[in-house]
Design a protein around this ligand. Structure first.
Ligand SMILES: [Zn+2]
Length: 257
């Protein structure tokens, strides 16, 4: 049962390929239900190579991210921050506010506040603050379009491998059934060919696509599904309290815990 009219969903994660790993199956469901989808990354993935220069790998990875977004029918933006140098500071916050005022999302997907990589945690905080701040007219008053009329609904994706920096499990509040969109998610992730070699060397992750499928199966199993993506909703003061994502996806959304 679907009872929410289509809106605009923005995935704003740190690096190219994060959306494909963490939320592309859910984005595909929303697009199929008439939602407009936009993918943005803080960086162009400039540290994701042992051989290419910053400029070379950034160009390659912007192209890979754009190709993945095209498969989904989504827009793509890079905020041109630097890998491993993402901080909660006025400059990146201003970029987030500007993006939000331009895209005007109903629903925003961000990194988990607790994750393995400080870039992800900083991105999470910047997006959380940006969602609130983009609705404050006197903050960055000449930045992009007029301030948002309301704060968008904010959901955090799973941390990588479902664990925080201390290795503790981070259970999702809801799991989205991505069985029907898993193949598209895999094709989107496969556009990031530059990262196969990198992850094999740096992370010991040789089976890039299989690792994604394995985690999707793990997350799905939490709700008795063959494949899933997990999310937690930000329910702090001022943010929408209704389950916008759950209402949009109806029976595909399963509450956990
Ligand atoms: Zn990342």
């Amino acid at each position: 049962m679907i009872s929410h009219s289509p809106g605009v969903v923005l995935s704003l994660l740190a690096h190219p390929d994060d959306a494909e790993i963490l939320c592309a199956g859910t984005l595909a469901h929303l697009v199929a239900r008439g939602w407009r989808s936009h993918i943005a990354t803080f960086t162009a993935g400039d540290c994701g190579s042992m051989e290419l220069t910053i400029q070379e790998i950034s160009r390659v990875r912007r192209g890979e991210a754009l190709a993945a977004a095209n498969l989904l029918g989504a827009g793509y933006d890079c905020l041109e921050e630097r890998d491993l140098l993402l901080f909660y500071a006025p400059k990146p916050l201003r970029k987030v506010v500007s993006l939000l005022r331009r895209v005007r999302p109903t629903l925003v997907l961000a990194h988990s506040p607790a994750d393995y990589l400080p870039d992800h945690e900083m991105a999470s905080l910047l997006v959380r603050a940006g969602c609130f701040n983009a609705a404050v007219p006197n903050l960055f008053p000449r930045c992009g379009a007029p301030a948002l009329e309301r704060i968008p609904a904010l959901y955090y994706c799973d941390p990588l491998e479902g664990r925080d920096a201390l290795g503790r499990a981070v259970p999702p509040g809801l799991v989205v059934d991505i069985h029907d969109t898993l193949d598209l998610k895999e094709r989107m992730l496969a556009t990031h060919a530059s990262q196969r070699d990198w992850l094999a060397r740096q992370h010991g992750m040789d089976q890039y696509l299989q690792a994604m499928r394995d985690f999707a199966h793990q997350r799905g199993a939490l709700a008795g599904l063959p494949a899933g993506e997990g999310f937690r909703q930000h329910l702090g003061h001022g943010y929408p309290q209704g389950d916008v994502l759950g209402l949009a996806l109806g029976d595909l959304s399963h509450r956990c815990g």
